[in-house]
Write a protein that binds this ligand. Structure first.
Ligand SMILES: C[S@@+](CC[C@H](N)C(=O)[O-])C[C@H]1O[C@@H](n2cnc3c(N)ncnc32)[C@H](O)[C@@H]1O
Length: 372
């Protein structure tokens, strides 16, 4: 066992220290703390360690509210004061953008979540025999739970009710739990606007943050020189439909058939047939698009990022690119390529996942190197 001073904070929610100039990533530790650690893995360039004893705690360390915290593999930042969670996430994003993409000349804005607990509208439980709950930390064993503090309260009532038999539980914005058709309320964007979708279709997990992202997107896209938008990884039209409502022509590209079907149904119900279109496409492969590239491209890929879409952007150079990312390292990898052609106008961190190290990043890019 060794005592160590924690110097910084890294992605995945771990503190950073040094032993004989070798980097040590320390679980359950915060910058400024002095902790006793146990080395769990000794790699060539770094070590992984666990905190065994906190000798000098951070002023931002708080008591986690959840009785499963530390055992359950879900949350990893409940021991941190919420404002400081945001600061740490911002510093992680800054460091990753600098290290991977050599980007450092910009400010990062931050949008906090309105709810820091009970914000998840969808939860997937794990099951083994009659035992069900979440995976334990670093394990595929299950910790049984009666309540998840990040889940919507209606999900918690449902899991403790007799009618509960499903493992994927989602609340609809009309208050129903696991109905056959779900609703996503977008009435803050336009009176009475909502989307419908089938269970299993991707939805952003945090309602208030989703609305903040859509509002930011609309405030930047609703301008005279943007008449057409491509929405890559467009899902069921979470971004596309509000854009079409503004009178801008938009085409979504999406692989999941259920999401594409929901997109089409929403377009029909809202009479947006002349403004919103969707194409089923696998964007992980090299792809072609018949029509001319739109003036503006949105991409919201899964964690792996969007290599093929980046190639498409470089080859077609739309005027504006809006990148919504849930993984800063692949965002940085992709921005490293795009920054040769685009100026980064805005980087904003949206805290979609309070109490965990995850977050969403929004980047706005404008062309500097046009094609010919
Ligand atoms: C992070 S979600 C974003 C969805 C949508 N923008 C929203 O806000 O609801 C990523 C989406 O990419 C889709 N997707 C994943 N892999 C894909 C692929 N290879 N090609 C096209 N779409 C894909 C998923 O089905 C999902 O709908």
């Amino acid at each position: 066992m060794k005592s160590i001073e924690v110097e910084g904070f890294a992605h995945r929610g771990v503190g950073i220290g040094r032993i004989d100039n070798k980097i040590v990533f320390i679980e359950n530790s915060l910058p400024g703390e002095i902790v006793d650690i146990e080395i769990k893995e000794n790699k060539k360039d770094y070590c992984m360690a666990e905190t065994v004893n906190i000798l000098k705690p951070s002023a931002y360390r708080i008591n986690p509210v959840c009785p499963y915290y530390g055992v359950c593999g879900g949350c990893d930042m409940q021991h941190v004061d919420y404002k400081y969670q945001l600061e740490l996430k911002k510093s992680v994003l800054k460091n990753i953008l600098k290290r991977i993409a050599s980007l450092d000349k910009y400010n990062i804005e931050t949008a906090a979540s309105d709810e820091i607990f009970n914000y998840r509208r969808r939860v997937r439980f794990r099951c083994s025999g009659s035992n069900w709950g979440f995976f334990k930390r670093k394990s595929s064993k299950i910790v049984s739970i009666k309540e998840c503090f990040t889940a919507d309260k209606r999900i918690n009532s449902y899991i403790n009710s007799e009618q509960c038999s499903a493992f994927e539980i989602e609340v609809s914005d009309d208050d129903k739990v696991n109905p056959k058709v779900l609703k996503l309320d977008l009435s803050s964007i336009k009176k009475n606007l909502y989307l419908t979708y089938k269970p299993g279709v991707f939805t952003q997990i945090n309602r208030s943050i989703n609305l903040k992202i859509i509002e930011t997107l609309l405030s930047r896209i609703d301008r005279e020189d943007i008449n057409s938008v491509f929405d890559f990884f467009g899902g069921m039209g979470n971004f596309s439909i509000p854009i079409a409502i503004k009178g801008i022509s938009v085409t979504g590209f999406e692989l999941d058939k259920k999401a594409v079907d929901s997109f089409k149904k929403n377009v029909r119900r809202l009479n947006l047939d002349k403004k919103a279109f969707v194409v089923r496409k696998n964007l992980n492969r090299q792809f072609t698009i018949e029509q001319k590239c739109a003036e503006c491209v949105i991409l919201d890929p899964p964690r792996a990022g969007a290599k093929s879409v980046i190639k498409y952007i470089v080859e077609n150079r739309p005027k504006f690119v809006f990148y919504v990312s849930c993984e800063p390292s692949t965002l940085a990898r992709d921005l490293k390529i795009l920054k040769d052609y685009y100026k980064i106008k805005l980087i904003k961190l949206f805290d979609m996942f309070p109490q965990t190290h995850h977050f969403e990043t929004f980047a706005e890019l404008e062309i500097i190197k046009k094609l010919h």
